[in-house]
Design a protein around this ligand. Structure first.
Ligand code: NDP
Length: 279
């Protein structure tokens, strides 16, 4: 029978472990605070920001909200980030992406102090991942590793195919699987015969951003399938990049959408916040 990888349950376990750790740190006089910046009022971003603040409350760290109007200048935002960089009470800073079009996203990411970059997007943290040094790792791919490990799925020596090469998901995902000793292939829009490449995978990780693109034809019998995608369909229901109904009978293990990778992102953000407290 296909194993359903339960991200809701695993993310709850992680948050409960973090809650205990935060309580221990508090006893030693170490307090945590995350600064959450949102520019503009994109409804999806507002939901993410609210959930992040709720998670902080749950594990027992303070969150400070900075809700800036859409017309905020880049300079004003950078000044705020620099002020937060210097604030010893703030351990983590995150700026909800995307920022409005008149701002340079890369410049904003670069301005956040690497030791407070709990999203793991700063080039210093990305570089640390490449060379195998300690640093903050992008939350969604870090969450996938936890899903696999905590579901008892062996990674070392396995053929892993990652579909997607974005800076936030695909590339760090591939690097993390490499760190866990998988043999890794990265696919993208120019990959020739994607189906045949995916069919080689023992672990297929999909972050392609196309609803239900991955059908049963892409999947080897018994493979583990991790679906990072998330899309709202016309009927209001959520779906992933994988056609779950078709792929589930073929796969050995699979993540559902919702309730798979999604909840792990915030759990791993909280993990990075606690790590920032202990550094
Ligand atoms: P991007 O759009 O940045 O990247 C998509 C990648 O898929 C690109 O590398 C692109 O290739 C590749 N791609 C696009 N079309 C094809 C194709 N037909 N065949 C092969 N490769 C293709 O997306 P993200 O990485 O930001 O996100 C991916 C998905 O994950 C989205 O659905 C997003 O909503 C979801 N997501 C979910 C999160 C969560 O918490 N669960 C967090 C972040 C993202 P190329 O580089 O050549 O253009």
């Amino acid at each position: 029978m296909t194993q359903l990888i339960d991200g809701k349950k695993i993310s709850q376990e992680i948050k409960d472990e973090l809650k205990e750790k935060v309580a221990e740190l508090k006893e030693q006089g170490i307090e945590g605070a995350l600064a959450v910046i949102q520019v503009g009022s994109d409804p999806a971003s507002s939901v993410y920001v609210r959930n992040k603040k709720r998670a902080c409350e749950y594990i027992g760290i303070r969150s400070e909200s900075y809700e800036l109007p859409e017309e905020t200048t880049e300079e004003e935002l950078l000044t705020l980030i620099e002020k937060l960089n210097k604030d010893p009470k703030i351990n983590g800073i995150l700026c909800q992406l995307p920022v409005p079009a008149h701002m340079d996203e890369n410049k904003i990411i670069r301005t956040i102090a690497p030791e407070k970059d709990v999203d793991g997007f700063h080039t210093q943290n990305v570089g640390a991942l490449v060379v195998g040094q300690q640093g903050f790792v992008s939350c969604t791919p870090a969450g996938v590793i936890q899903l696999l490990k905590r579901s008892g799925i062996e990674i070392a020596g396995k053929n892993c195919v990652v579909v997607g090469r974005s800076n936030i998901v695909g590339k760090p995902m591939a690097l993390l699987m490499l760190r866990e000793n998988a043999t890794v292939t990265i696919c993208h829009s120019r990959t020739a015969d994607l189906k045949a490449v995916c069919k080689q995978a023992d672990i297929l990780i999909v972050a392609v951003g196309k609803p239900k693109m991955i059908t049963a034809e892409y999947v080897k019998e018994g493979a583990t399938v991790i679906d990072v995608g998330i899309h709202r369909q016309e009927d209001g229901k959520l779906c992933g990049d994988v056609d779950f109904e078709q792929v589930e009978p073929v796969a050995g293990a699979i993540t559902p959408v919702p309730g798979g990778v999604g909840p792990m992102t915030i759990a791993m953000l909280m993990n990075n916040c606690v790590e920032a407290m202990t550094r």
